[in-house]
Ligand binder design. Sequence first.
Ligand code: NOJ
Length: 763
Amino acid sequence: MRLLSLLIVPVLLFSCSPKDGDSSQSAADKGADYDAITQKVDSLLAIMTLEEKVGQMNQYNGFWNVTGPTPQDGDAADKYEHLRSGLVGSMLNVRGVENVRAVQKIAVEETRLGIPLIIGFDVIHGYETMSPIPLAESASWDMEAIKRSAEVAAAEAAAAGINWTFAPMVDISRDARWGRVMEGGGEDPYLGSMIAAARVKGFQGDDLSAVNTIAACAKHFAGYGFSESGKDYNTVDVGTSTLYNQIFPPFQASIDAGVRTFMNSFNELNGVPATGNAFLQRDILKGEWKFDGFVVSDWGSIAEMIPHGYAKDNREAAMHAANAGSDMDMESYAYVAELVSLVEDGKVKESLIDDAVGRILRVKYELGLFDDPYRYCDETREKEVIGNPAFQEDVLDMAKKSIVLLKNEGGILPLKPSGQRIAVIGQLAAENNSPLGSWRIASKDSTAVSLLDGLAAYPGNQITYAKGVDVTVGNTAFVFETEINETDNSDFSSAISAARGADVVIMALGEHGFQSGEGRSRAEIGLPGLQQELLEAVYAVNKNIVLVLHNGRPLTIPWAAENLPAIVEAWQLGSQSGNAIAQVLYGDYNPSGKLPMSFPRSVGQVPIYYNHKNTGRPVSPGENLVFWSHYNDESNDPLYAFGHGLSYSSFDYANLQVENNYASQGSIKVSVDVTNSSDVDGKEVVQLYIHDMHASVTRPVMELKGFDLSSIGAGETKTVEFELTDAELGFYNNDGVWIVEPGMFKLFVGTSSTETMSSQFEI
Ligand code: NOJ
């Protein structure tokens, strides 16, 4: 097949604005400020001892909120001693102005060179005021709202003395068993890239040294979302095409958006742990992509190269990591212990140390820490900003936009405002801790608005609450393992009686907030514990059930999908959870969320994703013989597809037009008329997908290549336009080169990945 064009390293291709031009971080076009910082970094490097340089590459946990296993050979006394001797460049999990000031003061006043620390923290979906979990936010497909959510998180974190977040997690994942899907943007690289860019811009703003912005960190580089069998930290084995076309794009988009740091990853890739992987960090990230920020290891991931079977001891692990381009050691104690002698023994070149330290110092300069090491340490600002009531409006807005209406039949929703007897059932309906979700280290426990509290704002109906069943046992604080309630059904009877006399039953079921997140992989992803049994028992007496799902991942709920009239996907929505859900249930907010991840029918379908390949034996209608790619006991289709989400409005698609100007202008113009045929104003995510029908590397059956979140008034018709260029029409071949090949493309435009109008064009 003839190549139409051959573009090398188009870092811009999947970015928010793929036509803006090459934004790879090459020094040439960085401007005067960049050069000024380069000079300062070089001058500082010139007077640093090797020990002081290695110190900059060492990051310690701050003794509070330990988020992973600590190595045996480090203790608090050693850490303080190292801090005083200039052997620490960064700390994580130190928070609050007083604490940050205390450690910063040691770094600045007691060490020879007084180099300030960079203070990192997992600000994942809020600091104290909590936004929805990232997967939920991703369901909004609303980049402005996602950016705003990150801005709020950054403002609060910066006011607490923090200047660096370990977010966004931009790992694409197709496996709902993996607990960390809650922390990402879902299964699609195009949507995931947009979200990555929005989050980076929200955290970092236009000026990294401003007191309400913090450095972002694109993580985990790379492949962590493809852990085999969805088990956290497990082996990853992906092909080149998946690596380049699915996994890399959100990382590239983060660089385009200006992200200043990367975190590497716990997993191995092709037998080489990501932390010691020179292909990933040197060749791709710092080589082809010209990333000029720094890379931090994941927690203990340098030392973990020993159990991986890649290094025989900490010294060898430090050598591999430093040589491979891992700039900062998070809690492995490997660099501080080994790097100086590794350089002296000629195992690691000092020029590589200089490169790593130069990157770290650059980000510290950009944050303004050299001008004023205490610029994020202002007690007055801390009091004013953290928990500022104004932020509640922002997180409420984000929460409403994150809700996905999965099913709504028979007009059960929106609820009537008065005259109804409503039974509310489920432990999660009364929960004000679980909606804060996983990764909420600095939030105050039990501060979310529960669903019951939210419903109380609508006094026209009579509410009866019954817990029905506990999801888990004893979840009140930050717990590492959740015990699922498999036995106690003693509250079933009160739930059944409450349901019996009700006009509508709202059942809040799903996962507790601590059942997803890091280390929370699940082999069964149905409703945990006795909840399915409760649901069916209630259904036996009252079929008018609205299921409000709380979860950090897609769940297998085929029975509910078949039998219940309405299902509302309410994730873990953060501080304003209950208010957001109540406003959607009552129709004060018309939902517009769309799933960023497919919902499987059964766990055996996982990994299931819309942008799969066709195979040589796809389903062919009417030829249902045994020898084609399918299950004998389950459909190939997801329960709810990527991009699915209903509204109280109804949208009709018509008049799909394709204007092929590829030969003359290099673009395909697409337009479609979308009519809101209801009497309710609404918002619709109009989605565009393509399928490159024959290519030198097989292409997915569909790939999202554009979407438009449109407000469309009742009765109004809106013409939505898209433009496809090489940035959307190409793909990475197996040499990692972006190519656009001539041939036929299918085009799909519609309300989800499964409900589309189609056309085709040729380039
Ligand atoms: C381990 C996690 O994988 C990473 O995402 C996080 O930022 C660090 N721990 C620090 O808490």
